[in-house]
Write a protein that binds this ligand. Structure first.
Ligand code: NAD
Length: 311
């Protein structure tokens, strides 16, 4: 049986454990620094197993050594922004958390694939790569899968069609500057510009860009976790089962799309070695500009961390 460790047993981490178990992908180790949290979430989840018919194990622990020999390590650990805390404060706090976790991963699971989830996503993936010293392909970030599933849901809802028939591709950094590509969004292979007016497409794009904020505005004290966890499980499945699916994920760029030295969301082939290939599309001028703009936002945050010697 394969083994997946999830570091951070909060909303996204615990939900990811459940989805991974329901897909019978692997035994799961849930880790958290809060005493009892990972144990409680793991026990609660596994007590559903007899009804939900999975026989994989979920164990909760505070001991990082228990990730030993994991095939995949998912990182969802971090702090949420509190009133009075700036984005910069949060950035530094999460960078320190991800840095210390990355050292533990390198120590206990040196051959694993890291799937980063903690925000700011593309920057935290960079921290994990640099601190772990892993090969570039073995660190990958989850964001485009979430942004694309949101786009697909909004599209299906608007057109009154089955969600299963939709595809979408959202590139760029995970944030307001993300780049949904309508000409690569389809319903049963039909590009959506054939099905919707430009105004309607623009509204879908805007809603996708603000998809995270829309959920926060309802929940007030937390952010989305079911759809993000579904995105995590989709990516874990690709790695565990070597599916070689093409998905939009955050990958380290070495000149693709004219972007160098940072993580940004692009279509990749995801398999047992992690990022097996970055797919380079020929983008239209305005799409390229939007991607470059999104990448420059990621780069400026990375530079801020480097200036402060936090990575
Ligand atoms: P949460 O607060 O519910 O859970 C975070 C957990 O991390 C907490 O249980 C906390 O105790 C734990 N933690 C903190 N420091 C730790 C450490 N050093 N080691 C182990 N565990 C530690 O938050 P959440 O809603 O689960 O979100 C988790 C992260 O995922 C946040 O950064 C959030 O912004 C991000 N997120 C990203 C996406 C995406 O698309 N990439 C989507 C949703 C959420």
């Amino acid at each position: 049986m394969k083994k997946v460790t999830i570091i951070g047993s909060g909303h996204v981490g615990a939900s990811s454990a459940l989805y991974i178990s329901e897909k019978r992908l692997a035994n799961v180790v849930l880790i958290d620094v809060v005493e009892g949290l990972a144990h409680g979430r793991a026990l609660d989840s596994v007590e559903a197993a007899p009804i939900r018919h999975y026989d994989t194990r979920i164990n909760g622990t505070t001991n990082f050594a228990e990730m030993v020999d994991s095939d995949v390590v998912v990182v969802t650990a971090g702090k949420a922004r509190k009133p009075g805390m700036s984005r910069d404060d949060l950035l530094k706090i999460n960078a320190k958390i991800i840095s210390s976790i990355s050292k533990e991963i390198a120590r206990y699971a040196p051959n694993t694939i890291i799937i980063m989830v903690t925000n700011p996503l593309d920057v935290m993936a960079y921290v994990a790569l640099k601190v772990s010293g892993f090969a570039l392909k073995r660190v990958v970030g989850m964001a485009g899968v979430l942004d694309s599933t949101r786009f697909r849901y909004f599209l299906a809802d608007k057109l009154g069609v089955n969600v299963g028939d939709t595809t979408a591709l959202v590139l760029g950094g995970h944030g307001d500057s993300m780049v949904p590509l309508p000409r690569y969004a389809t319903v049963s292979g039909i590009p959506i510009p054939e099905l919707l007016e430009k105004d309607d497409i623009d509204k879908l794009i805007e809603r996708t860009r603000k998809g995270g904020a829309e959920i926060v505005s309802y929940l007030k004290t937390g952010s989305a976790f079911w759809a993000p966890a579904a995105g995590v499980a989709e990516m874990v499945e690709c790695v565990i089962r070597d599916k070689m699916r093409i998905l939009p994920c955050s990958a380290y760029m070495r000149g693709e799309y004219g972007i160098e030295g940072i993580f940004v969301g692009v279509p990749i082939k995801l398999g047992k070695n992690g990022v097996e290939e970055i797919i380079e599309l020929s983008l239209a001028k305005e799409e390229n500009e939007a991607l470059a703009n999104s990448a420059s936002k990621v780069k400026s945050i990375v530079e801020k961390l480097e200036d402060e010697r936090l990575v």
